[in-house]
Design a protein around this ligand. Structure first.
Ligand code: NAD
Length: 304
């Protein structure tokens, strides 16, 4: 069974390739332009790597021919990148998704689309239920809302089998730690291990629903295996809420020393609080359990 992973050299993608190969004798094909992903993330894995862009319809169609399933993860991630270059985020995240959907329509493949909790944006209601009004507060969030909407519209217009997951804040091994757009956990762990200050944007009381990568790839692999399809986006997080200041405290406990924290002004486009309503997820995937934050941090520390 052939499975295509777009963005498979990235953090989620490379972990997913490992998970898929550990489960079954899948033929895994990765399409990635290596803009943020790294080939070394796939070291030792029996995957076919194709360097190419999801914006290239010929490359996408050739990669997806004969595939049973496509897990579409390729994107320009991060709110900040989209603030700096909204057009690039739009093109990759929206037109790139449409290109993948067109290829799936042609090949009959099932598609899983990675959306984001950022689509809820300025809607302050907690926890986030998938039927909440989406009020995106960044070009990235708009691009993800458009991407998931296209997927669900292709399902109703063309009978495409697909499902959409709204990822919240995922963390764990292979998440790039030391660049300007790095996510909070890898950046904090890296800086703490290297004796560098930890930068908090805002007062640190903003909160997120963190999910360890192991649970995410278990869910994606199960959705591939069952060819899961649904007419509504599914929140992919377990409904916990942790502030940025709390992450510092847990990390400091684990490392057994105080950490040097610097506060900076909040960044544009960032939402204040985020927490998933996980009811649909836990019903669909009763065998997948959340990994406690401290356990996930220990795994991240060991990897770094
Ligand atoms: P990542 O940057 O590690 O992976 C994205 C991958 O896509 C990279 O390997 C990159 O090289 C590739 N890519 C970018 N543009 C491409 C193009 N035009 N053609 C082919 N490949 C391209 O990011 P990630 O954290 O693994 O994110 C995976 C997906 O999950 C993305 O769609 C992202 O928006 C979504 N997401 C992630 C999180 C999270 O917490 N990590 C949260 C919400 C949503």
């Amino acid at each position: 069974m052939k499975v295509v992973v777009t963005g498979g050299a990235g953090f989620v993608g490379a972990n997913l390739c490992r998970e898929l190969l550990s489960r079954r004798d899948y033929e895994v094909v990765v399409l990635d332009n290596l803009s943020t992903g790294k080939l070394s993330n796939l070291d030792g894995l029996d995957v076919e790597f194709r360097k190419g862009s999801v914006l290239d319809p010929v490359a996408v169609a050739a990669t997806c021919a004969g595939a049973e399933s496509i897990v579409h993860l390729a994107a320009v991630p991060a709110v900040l990148r989209s603030i700096e270059n909204p057009r690039r985020s739009h093109e990759t995240n929206v037109t790139g998704t449409m290109t993948v959907l067109e290829a799936a329509r042609e090949s009959g493949a099932h598609v899983i689309v990675a959306s984001s909790s950022s689509v809820y944006g300025r809607n302050p209601t907690l926890p986030k239920t998938p039927d909440l009004v989406c009020l995106p507060s960044s070009p990235y969030a708009v691009s993800k809302l458009a991407a998931e909407s296209y997927a669900l519209a292709y399902q109703s217009s063309f009978g495409l089998e697909c499902c959409v997951f709204r990822f919240f804040n995922i963390f764990g091994p292979l998440q790039a730690p030391n660049h300007a757009y790095a996510a909070v956990i890898p950046s904090f762990v890296f800086n703490a291990l290297h004796g560098l200050p930890l930068t908090i944007y805002g007062d640190g009381e903003q909160s997120r629903d963190f999910t360890f990568i192991g649970s995410v790839v278990e869910i994606l692999a199960e959705a591939v295996a069952s060819r899961m399809s649904g007419i509504r986006p599914v929140n992919l997080a377990f409904g916990t809420r942790t502030t940025v200041n709390e992450i510092v405290a847990v990390l400091s406990d684990l490392l057994g020393r105080p950490l040097d924290v610097r506060y900076r002004p909040p960044r544009p486009g960032d939402v204040r609080h985020s927490q998933a309503e996980p009811g649909v997820l836990t019903k669909l995937f009763p065998r997948v359990h959340p990994v406690p934050l401290a356990h996930g941090l220990v795994r991240t520390i060991s990897w770094l």
